[in-house]
Design a protein around this ligand. Structure first.
Ligand code: URA
Length: 243
């Protein structure tokens, strides 16, 4: 049983500040298991207690994990004075003040982006030592030779001297258009684009389709998101290709 202060849990789950949460409690609009409470220090069990705020019942969780189908043209940041960010696309029912994207996709990259308020989870995904592979589909300007695939799979040295870890690459063509499925477990700046550039190719379009074993939910339209389930969460760290 993990007991937590009610004001903290309300702030985390209801997209309000801690101060606003305390005010809601003072205003008498917060109930725990049907009993109105007036003390911000009240302890509740987020796993079993039912908390109602202004008549709405909240499922209180320590953290939230969201899958987004990132559209082109939106930046992977928490806020920006001019440009639309991925956080701006989160619907109110999933919004929390402390959300941030796990890693970064370029503005013109589409696909699977995880968004959370759990820093430890994010670190596990991002750190190469945890071997969480991210899978991208890159539409290429020209076919990829077997020699290029071998170089990428051995760990390519980029033009600026950056050494990449070994990638897993599959080349294929669809309607005569060259594509590569590429799996990497690091997240260097423009990494896939720079890797392809280093073998004399060019990425025309880049889409992330998988993180670990968690695949993009293809029923989500670009710009849409949803909370991921407990089972899906396990898939992130359960990657067959990382063996
Ligand atoms: N590699 C890139 O070049 N861009 C991305 O957005 C992600 C990986």
């Amino acid at each position: 049983m993990a007991l937590k202060r009610i004001d903290k849990l309300i702030a985390l789950n209801c997209n309000v500040t801690r101060k606003e949460a305390r005010q809601l409690i003072k205003d008498g609009v917060v109930s725990v298991n049907g009993n109105r409470i007036y003390r911000a220090e009240e302890l509740v069990d987020s796993a079993s207690d039912t908390v109602t705020v202004q008549g709405h019942t909240f499922c209180l969780k320590d953290h939230i994990y969201i899958m987004m189908n990132k559209p082109r043209g939106v930046i992977t940041a928490t806020e920006d004075p001019r440009k639309e960010t991925v956080i701006d696309l989160i619907p109110p029912e999933l919004a929390r003040r402390s959300l941030f994207p796990c890693g970064r996709l370029d503005r013109d990259t589409t696909g699977l982006l995880l968004i959370t308020d759990d820093g430890e989870f994010c670190h596990r995904i991002m750190s190469p030592s945890h071997h969480v592979y991210k899978t991208y589909i890159a539409e290429l300007a020209k076919p990829l030779s077997d020699d290029s695939i071998k170089i990428l799979e051995e760990g390519i040295l980029l033009d600026d001297g950056t050494q990449c870890l070994p990638a897993k690459v599959k080349y294929y063509e669809e309607n005569g258009i060259p594509f590569a499925e590429i799996k990497i477990r690091e997240g260097k700046y423009h990494q896939v684009k720079r890797m392809m550039c280093a073998v004399g190719n060019h990425v025309e379009n880049l889409d992330r389709v998988q993180v670990g074993d968690l695949k993009m939910d293809t029923s989500l339209q670009r710009g849409e998101c949803r909370e991921i389930t407990e089972e899906e969460l396990q898939l992130v760290f359960n990657d067959d290709s990382s063996i």
